[in-house]
Write a new protein. Structure first.
Length: 89
């Protein structure tokens, strides 16, 4: 599976906040490959992965011709989105 980052996602990786939180391409890809929860009811999709003991990593992505396009990502308080996604099921 090939992962491509949008210009927005690439720029966001260079921000002070992303660097302080240790957000990397590897962590983003890990959130897609091994998520805590996945919301495919939305398009683009949202995966929630683990960032730290208190933070989750939300990744917004979509699949185009077999390529995973990573649109954006953001840290979130652990549990904030996981519960919402699970309640929709």
């Amino acid at each position: 599976m090939k992962f491509v980052f949008t210009i927005h996602a690439e720029e966001k990786l260079q921000t002070k906040e992303a660097k302080l939180l240790g957000i990397s391409k590897n962590k983003i890809v890990e959130a897609i490959r091994h998520p805590i929860t996945v919301d495919k009811t939305l398009n683009p999709h949202r995966n929630i992965g683990r960032l730290s003991n208190t933070l989750s990593l939300a990744v917004i992505w979509r699949e185009e011709n077999g390529i995973i396009l990573i649109i954006t990502f953001f840290p979130a308080e652990k549990g904030r989105y996981e519960g919402k996604i699970l309640r929709r099921r």
